[in-house]
Design a protein around this ligand. Structure first.
Ligand code: NAP
Length: 475
């Protein structure tokens, strides 16, 4: 770990003797270090400290919280290279992508530092002259979060920043595969002056234990979860007992659609960006491609040629576009999906390359049918199945034929079709002639079983605030 120049970022790392979680590099298998694990009572104590700290934090003027968040934002930027290196080491994504994620993650801190000053209430005309009605917004209290390994920094900051800006304290359990980035980001928040009990990172003996505490502890008023629909369902069930407020950012099955009037070269560029970022391991990655039969062969040929140019390797090496996938289980699942698709009649359109370890060669599959398993499952790997379609009606039916509703993409130059298709897609987000849609200024989130709530944008802070209505009578 000596390559990290700001050694303060690693102060949390514990020795093997203490209760600790080993963290390994997915590219090499090498041991990177250990993250601290807390016992059940220690996590409950952390929640109690978060509750105490929240009282004073909420009393600070919004502008003061904003100034602290701004300092955190600048420290994240100042430490971009070290944070990116740490992220590549524990998560595997190419260094350039990791640097991009640090900026993306920091952008939520900057954004909500501003939005925290604008949590306006309303004055509402009363139904009778002797009354006045106003609303105010107040922080929910202690907010908890559970985050995945695919964006080890951004999935934390886009929850922590609005929570802190709103006046909540925040306690997060990061994924066990990528906890080091989480502790490093928190360390920078402390350096910025954010109190330690206002922002805490905790790991327990296992995820279910922490999930049980977050969904049942009476001092926790909110759980924000990003991860699989399967785990989201469990956490919602657990939250139901105490009617705990939840936000859920869950799985996706994004369709990427190319119409016959599309700019095919632009569609190929968008497809590469959307599909292969983070080795295909993002919830908004294009999961299945629908291409009009009149341009199918042209698209496949150009797409496959570009995919064959992608370099697979250790994310720290220059020129690598696709790093390892996160685990052996992930690799096995991806390859099994491909094998079953081939058995069902799909064909490989790219050169087949075998890689060792956790590296999976990017693959384009042609002659894929809509009813194949690979089309209905979240692949979470660098595999692009391409299906032909003939009519807009058939296309919309296939695109919406999923339990998920997170991101979708389509390419068309026809303005009437653009509006019709954008409105017909049952998704929370639609990229139109664009393959990269995530930004702090827009509301990110899904419909159907992809989740509840929005992150980023002006809506993101409302997830951490209650609206209180004040009725003044006898006037
Ligand atoms: P996951 O298995 O659901 O894990 C996500 C988090 O939940 C991890 O911190 C994990 O802890 C924890 N967890 C697992 N079982 C739990 C339980 N029983 N109770 C409480 N917490 C539990 O998902 P993943 O494989 O890491 O991440 C990939 C998934 O996340 C994909 O489905 C992807 O689409 C989704 N995702 C969605 C968004 C979005 O914004 N909609 C963004 C990114 C990813 P451990 O790591 O300790 O097991």
């Amino acid at each position: 770990m000596h390559q990290i120049t700001n050694s303060d970022l690693l102060t949390f790392m514990v020795s093997k003797q203490e209760p600790a979680l080993a963290v390994n590099n997915p590219a090499t298998g090498e041991l990177l270090g250990y993250a601290p694990i807390l016992q059940h009572q220690q996590i409950e104590a952390a929640v109690e400290r978060a509750h105490q700290a929240q009282q004073a934090w909420a009393k600070l003027p919004a502008k003061s919280r904003s100034q602290l968040l701004n300092k955190w934002y600048h420290l994240l930027l100042d430490n971009q290279d070290d944070l990116a290196r740490l992220m590549t080491l524990e998560q595997g994504k190419p260094l350039a992508e990791a640097k991009g994620e640090v900026l993306y993650g920091a952008s939520f801190v900057e954004w909500f530092a501003e939005e925290g000053k604008r949590t306006y209430g309303e004055s509402i005309p009363a139904p009778s002259g002797d009354k006045r009605i106003v609303t105010i917004k107040q922080p929910v209290g202690v907010a908890s979060a559970i985050t995945p390994w695919n964006f080890p920094i951004a999935m934390i900051t886009r929850k922590a920043a609005p929570a802190l800006a709103a006046g909540c304290s925040f306690i997060v359990k990061p994924a066990e595969l990528t906890p080091l980035s989480a502790f490093a980001v928190a360390e920078l928040a402390y350096q910025a002056g954010i109190p330690r009990d206002v922002l805490q990172v905790v790991l327990g003996e296992d995820a279910a234990q922490v999930g049980a505490i977050f969904t049942s502890h009476p001092l926790i008023r909110k759980l924000s979860f990003t991860g699989s629909t399967r785990v989201g369902r469990i956490l919602m069930e657990q939250s139901a007992h105490d009617i705990k407020r939840t936000s859920m950012e869950l799985g996706g099955n994004a369709p990427f659609i190319v119409f016959d009037d599309a700019d095919i070269d632009a569609a190929v560029q968008g497809a590469i960006a959307s599909k292969f970022r983070n080795a295909g391991q993002t919830c908004v990655c294009a999961n299945r491609f629908y291409v009009h039969s009149s341009v199918y062969d042209e698209f496949i040929e150009k797409f496959a040629a570009q995919v064959e140019q992608l370099n697979v390797g250790n994310g720290l090496e220059e020129g690598v576009n696709v790093g390892p996938v996160i685990s052996q289980t992930a690799r096995d699942n991806i390859l099994a999906l491909v094998e079953r698709a081939l058995e069902q009649g799909a064909e490989v359109a790219t050169k087949r390359i075998e890689h060792d370890g956790l590296f999976v060669a990017p693959v384009v599959l042609k002659n894929v049918c809509h009813d194949m398993e690979i089309v209905s499952q979240e692949i979470f790997g660098p595999v692009a199945p391409v299906i032909a379609f003939d009519s807009d009606e058939q296309l919309i039916e296939m695109a919406n034929d999923t339990i998920y509703g997170l991101a979708s993409y389509f390419y068309s130059q026809n303005i009437a079709r653009v509006w019709n298709v954008a409105e017909a897609l049952e998704y929370g987000m639609v990229g139109i002639n664009e393959g990269i849609i995530s930004t702090e200024v827009a509301p990110f989130g899904g419909v159907k079983q992809s989740g509840i709530g929005r992150e980023g944008a002006k809506q993101g802070i409302d997830e951490y605030m209650n609206i209180k209505y004040l009725c003044f009578g006898g006037l």
